[in-house]
Design a protein around this ligand. Sequence first.
Ligand code: SF4
Length: 342
Amino acid sequence: MSDPNVLLRLDGVVKHFPIRQGIVVKKQIGSVRAVDGVSLEVRRGETLGLVGETGCGKSTLARCITRLHSLTAGTVTFEGQDISTLSRRQMRPIRRDIQMIFQDPYGSLNPRRRVGSIIGDPFAIHGLADGPARKLRVQELMELVGLNPEHYNRFPADFSGGQRQRIGVARALASRPKLIVCDEPVSALDVSIQAQVINLLERLQDELGLTYVFIAHDLSVVEHVSDRVAVMYLGKIVEQAEADQLYAGPRHPYSAALLSAASVADPDLADRRQRIILSGDVPSPVNPPSGCRFHPRCPKAQPRCAGEDPDLVSRLDDPSTHVTACHFPVVPGDDLAAGRVA
Ligand code: SF4
């Protein structure tokens, strides 16, 4: 029987995009392995931070969770129900409960529509309210997210970047969802505005009992919002832990490198911290490296790493909530252990 505290569960989720060639007859010549076997759970009321470099597959995973993408393999279970193979029509009632906030507050809003109409979309799509009742509920949402309800008839261009992201948040809240997948919701915003939007999301979580999957490419962005953090590299989760465990002592060399690059408010700590520079770019997901996918860039790589893909399991004396996919994890005193505790 499924655990009622688990709102979302992924089991071996795979998403490959075929690469086709040919003019008349298109032949598949390969595939982009964007997500390659991700399993994780998200508990009710928590925030799971999902972090990795651009191109690691985290946005594709977000679209698998929300079923904007079909899955190549694996299952997505929401509130105990397998939603992996539901049709668009079957997904419609579930879409009320799973909403998404997109990265680009400029591109995700239709510039020719008034914000009242944009925020009111879910009321129309799900038949929740119309006419004056819809307008009233939209204005309540605008107030809830810190927008002036009197700006109901304005266009997106009349708002700043931070305000536009608030419009995106209001639209996501309209159907009273249980889960919101926030796909890099602040990365297009100025640092000062980022804090405002993050604080807003935290306040709404407390007030409305929301559950978040919060995606970012920078560990510092998710530090204060996440209860747990999963680090993704080239389509796979390489480390997952309670947030304080991961920030105090990352085990995977990739997590250690990400943490060393994350910004910190304390200038003394920033000066003392040793930045771990990774060589090369993220390899192509069309033809990922053998064994541990991180081995061509890993400062700790050994011959075993190229031949044997490490399982995501608890290492050393870590608690079972801290799992790492690495044959030679970072240990205290290691050069790579410099992260947040330097
Ligand atoms: Fe580095 Fe080897 Fe660990 Fe992969 S398995 S992260 S290459 S030490």
